[in-house]
Each structure stands twice: as structure tokens, then as C-alpha cells.
Design a protein around this ligand. Structure first.
Ligand SMILES: [Zn+2]
Length: 198
């Protein structure tokens, strides 16, 4: 099964296994940067730091949009940049990224879109879909046409919805809690901050 030479789209299980192998997906009791507690910790940078994994994940996401005549792939900086790059490489198109400037998602650095340009918006992880929606609005403000939205992981459990074709390689239901109402804390467990070493 491992001997195939052509890229094969990763299944949901294989996607999560790649994350787990690199410590990019942990299950337990975590204190997130936001201060909330969660039963799942996701840090895509830990899997994307390995070009082989980044390429495999990007190719798999790209494969699901091969029939959509995508001209350009866009992602919000910083987390989405490598995903856009690998998806675009697999599709043979450009990869752009948007950046927040004065709170607004913008195309900077001389990036432009042509009227009607068919765009695919990608992310590493979709949580609420908020930043993805901001990139969609940015594309539309530049006259582009968003033909799809893709992410490596959907941690909303599938509740973040979009009006265009939407694909995630894997879906997780990650619960987040305010510390004072965290059921994991109530069991006596202590939330850990991933990445910090005792
Ligand atoms: Zn807790």
C-alpha cells in the first residue's frame, strides 16, 4: 500500500495521523492562547514545518478542487501561507496571501486580481470561519470570484458554513470552555499550555 508513486489524496484518518505524528494535534486538557480551555490542541505549524507533510496535505486539498478551474489560491497570513503555497503548487497556479492592516484583511505587496479571476480560499484550520470569510470579502472587493473554500482541518465540527463549495480534509469537534465553567477542570485535571516545558 505504501509503494504507490503517484500522489494519493489523504483520508481523514491519514490527515489526522500526520498531525498527531508531528505533535500538531494533541488531545487532553489545554489552556489556549486565548485563555480558554479546550480538549484539543491544534498547531498546524508543527506539521507544516515538514515540507513532505505540507506537500502531501496541500496535494490532497488541491485534488478536491481540480475540476473547479481555479486560477489563484489565497490564504490569510501567517497560518495559511504554506497551505496556499502547496495547494497552488499542486494546481499549477499562483498563491497569494492577505494581511490584516488596521484591522482589515487586505491584499498587500503588489498582489492583484483580475476581474472574474477564479479564486480558492484556503486555511490551515477553520474554527469559526471568520478569517476565511474576511478573505472571501477581500477577493470580492478586488473583483475576483470565490469558487471554493478549503481547509486542512475543520475544528468547528462542520458548523462553519459557506455559500460556496467547501472542503476540509478532516473534521474535529473541539470544545472550548471559559476556565470557570470548564468541565475538565471540575474533574480535578489541570489545563496545560502546549509548547511550554515544565
Ligand atoms: Zn479546564
Amino acid at each position: 500500500m505504501e509503494a504507490m508513486t503517484t500522489p494519493v489524496a489523504l483520508t481523514e484518518r491519514e490527515t489526522l495521523q500526520r498531525y498527531e505524528k508531528r505533535g500538531a494535534l494533541l488531545r487532553g486538557h489545554f489552556r489556549l492562547t486565548s485563555g480558554l480551555h479546550s480538549d484539543i490542541y491544534l498547531q498546524s505549524a508543527l506539521v507544516l514545518q515538514h515540507p513532505e507533510d505540507a506537500a502531501a496535505l496541500g496535494e490532497s486539498l488541491a485534488a478536491t478542487f481540480r475540476g473547479d478551474r481555479v486560477h489563484t489560491v489565497l490564504a490569510p497570513a501567517i497560518g495559511g501561507i504554506l497551505v496556499a503555497h502547496e495547494v497552488a503548487r499542486a494546481l499549477g497556479v499562483r498563491a497569494l496571501f492577505t494581511e490584516r492592516e488596521n484591522g482589515e484583511m487586505r491584499l498587500r505587496r503588489g498582489f492583484t486580481l483580475s476581474p472574474g479571476e477564479r479564486c480558492l480560499v484556503v486555511e490551515d484550520v477553520i474554527t469559526t470561519g471568520g478569517s476565511t470569510r474576511e478573505v472571501v470579502q477581500c477577493v470580492e472587493a478586488h473583483g475576483g470570484l470565490v469558487v471554493g473554500v478549503g481547509s486542512l482541518i475543520d475544528r468547528s465540527g462542520g458548523t462553519a458554513t459557506f455559500s460556496v463549495k467547501r472542503v476540509a480534509l478532516a473534521t474535529l469537534s473541539a470544545a472550548t470552555y471559559a476556565p470557570e465553567s470548564c468541565p475538565l477542570c471540575k474533574t480535578g485535571s489541570i489545563a496545560v499550555k502546549p509548547g511550554s516545558r515544565a
